[in-house]
Design a binder for this molecule. Structure first.
Ligand SMILES: [Fe+2]
Length: 277
């Protein structure tokens, strides 16, 4: 079992994480597949890892758990998508996915690495520390660091599995965001109102309540020097034209309605459970 788990971890190797913990208890096949699948898209859910990560200095504003991506240090490389480019058809077309992942995300990573080399203050910092320290005076790191984290999270929370929020996440959505449908309506409204390019988010705040926000360009709610309300993103939706223009042209609202069909609520639910730790 240990050998199998490490095969899953190997997919994560691009991020050069500074700690890897094996689960205390042996895993059955279902658990292994769940974990290795999430690793493949860049997110390993391990409370034991979280504890060690916190000891290394990275901090989460809301929880003892932290995305392993945030504890990664450069040189950063493009994470695997974890599914085929066509997997989200007909909602998100394969060509858009290929260009978005292989060209746009790759470009953010290349420029982030170049920016870090040119900016000694960000050298040897984790991605979480980078995002927490960017300001208006560090545009290259801000835009490309955000671009890397935002897209890595985006790929991880997509999947054509027809899932819906369940359990405590469902209850929290009803409690904090009105209802599942109201959450989607608010996201759609916020997304269509983003001027130019940006993201819309469902986040967890310091009181572990959900909130919805929007950020311009590649900003995100982890950039505490830049956002009105900080929080840990549960998931985000890219509303840059490069995310939808080939299929939806200028119809951003139709894109948003479509992408709601391919949110992977299993992954989002796992993230939410860990943010409550
Ligand atoms: Fe994008």
């Amino acid at each position: 079992m240990q050998r199998r788990f490490l095969q899953g971890v190997k997919l994560w190797g691009n991020y050069k994480i500074d700690c890897v913990c094996l689960p205390k208890n042996s895993m059955n096949k279902r658990d292994f597949l769940k974990i290795s699948g999430i690793v493949g898209t860049g997110f390993l859910l391990s409370p034991q890892m979280a504890c060690k990560t916190l000891k290394s200095g990275a901090k989460s504003s809301t929880s003892a758990w932290i995305d392993p991506l945030l504890s990664a240090k450069g040189e950063f490389t493009l994470p695997a998508l974890g599914y085929s480019f066509a997997a989200l058809e007909p909602h998100i077309d394969a060509m858009t996915m290929e260009i978005h992942h292989d060209k746009h995300h790759a470009a953010y990573i290349k420029k982030l690495n170049e920016g870090i080399k040119a900016t000694p203050a960000f050298a040897d910092k984790t991605l979480g520390e980078i995002l927490a320290n960017v300001t208006k005076d560090s545009p290259a790191i801000r835009n490309n660091g955000g671009g890397h984290y935002n897209h890595s999270l985006f790929w991880a929370v997509l999947g054509a599995n027809g899932s819906k929020p369940e359990g405590k996440l469902w209850e929290a959505i009803n409690r904090d965001l009105g209802s599942y449908q109201q959450m989607l309506d608010t996201l759609k409204d916020a997304g269509t109102k983003v001027f130019g390019s940006g993201w819309v988010w469902v986040c967890v705040d310091a009181d572990k309540k959900l909130f919805i926000s929007a950020t311009p360009n590649q900003d995100n709610p982890l950039m505490v020097n830049l956002v009105e309300k900080k929080g840990t993103p549960l998931f985000g939706i890219d509303v840059w034209e490069h995310a939808y223009y080939l299929k939806y042209t200028n119809e951003r609202k139709k894109y948003l309605e479509a992408i709601f069909n391919v949110l992977n609520w299993n992954v989002i639910g796992e993230r939410y459970a860990n943010l409550l730790l």
